[in-house]
Ligand binder design. Structure first.
Ligand SMILES: [Zn+2]
Ligand SMILES: [Zn+2]
Length: 167
């Protein structure tokens, strides 16, 4: 599918619908992330203001990397990230381990319910597809079974005649 890059607005092709930004912007973002990561590795106490000054990265960009778990801060970092559910301090991602566990359990519950619904829906749509599709599998199977039956009758006759002639 063809999209507009969320960063630069250029049109780019994204066959699997995986990205919001064009390959150039992604390359630039990855290069920037690498620089920021390396710098934070060497100077864990660096503030976001310092990062903006050095690399031109916004608070939103740093937060996005942290939420996506592409960047991780240390407990003594001056950059702050909080759990979206309970507000406690975290080092990466969206939730603290406690909330992640609870949300994970809820998600599993939802998935289980959804998979049951999905299975029913799939069976239903399979029936519809077979009945509705002209020249679909169902028709083919019906024709095939008729054909087999027809052939079977003929074969039976043949067998009858051949057994008659042999006796
Ligand atoms: Zn772009
Ligand atoms: Zn939490």
């Amino acid at each position: 599918m063809v999209k507009n890059c969320a960063t630069c607005g250029r049109i780019f092709e994204d066959y699997l619908d995986l990205y919001k930004t064009c390959p150039q912007c992604r390359d630039e973002e990855n290069a920037l992330l690498r620089q920021v990561k390396d710098y934070l590795w060497d100077y864990p106490g660096t503030t976001e203001g310092k990062l903006r000054e050095l690399f031109g990265v916004s608070h939103q960009q740093v937060t996005k990397w942290l939420r996506e778990e592409r960047l991780e801060i240390t407990p003594d970092s001056s950059i702050k990230l909080t759990c979206l559910r309970c507000g406690s301090m975290i080092l990466k991602g969206k939730y603290c381990p406690d909330c992640a566990k609870r949300i994970g359990a809820q998600l599993n519950e939802m998935k289980r319910e959804m998979s049951v619904n999905k299975r029913e829906k799939t069976i239903y749509s399979m029936v519809i597809d077979k009945e509705m599709a002209p020249g679909g599998k169902m028709h083919f199977l019906q024709n095939a079974s008729k054909y087999e039956k027809h052939r079977g009758e003929k074969k039976g006759e043949k067998e009858k005649t051949s057994s008659n002639s042999s006796s």
